[in-house]
Write a protein that binds this ligand. Sequence first.
Ligand code: CU
Length: 297
Amino acid sequence: MDPGLLTDEECAMTYLPRPVVDAMAERMMRMHHMLWHVSRNEWANLTDAQKQVFRDHGWDPPRPALTAGATPRPELDNGSGEDFLYMHRQMIAEVNAILARVGDPHYPRVEGWPHIPAPGDAEYPVPPVYTVPDDPATTAALAKAKSAASYTQIQQWEQMFTDPASLRGMTLGHLGASVEFTIHNRMHLRWSAGMPAYRPDGDPFDVDRRWDAPAYDWLADFYSSHVNPVFWKLHGWVDARIDAWMAANHRTGPVPWSYDPPWTGPMRHHLDAERTVAALRAVGVQVRKPLFRVVEP
Ligand SMILES: [Cu+2]
């Protein structure tokens, strides 16, 4: 079908087949994605008592992703970057399995952006700057992510993570960690759009059921980003970095993960998420904001 004949609902920016949206909007899916990112991002910053709560519920990350403090650094050498690449590759495989069942000819499988869309791209325009009430740090990070200067930086990162010579010079873990905290985080904020309401800033584990509605697909929150169609375009690009790294390093066959398997957190059907979240609220775990900010290596 000619893309010009697609209805508004099916236009590329907003389209993801309904069964995928519904699966991604499920409460356990949301909880899993949030707990996975929060535990590995915040681990180094937690008190022992808080760590124990994560541990009691199976969420102690073997390889934390960020260092402690207000100005963290990504962990480039502990293998957490492999976890990032592997976990999201698993999510893509899950969505591809749903898509295979659905058989929508307009959306047969997850396909990442071959290139990061430039300003003015007709299919994937950058949504306008917006304000997140009572959250000046996120509001400032959003304005920066959507700026022209930010696109220049995106192009530099894209070049670096595409160039075979630079890919040959880094381990897979180093690649994953630097992609996550630079270009990946920047894309989440850049393509996020203003929402009618935002999950409360003060309590990162406020998961009232109203946030489970499929319409809550904010790209700038771990609880909702994967419900958004753009998530799969940008994560497809991220996923292709694994293949580019393999090719640059003359590797064929299975990806040579250093862990068997890398960390994906507890299995979703064993998830004791309601009790996990209640226990985390009780020990006052805070999450460093803004989520998806760029953390330079
Ligand atoms: Cu994620």
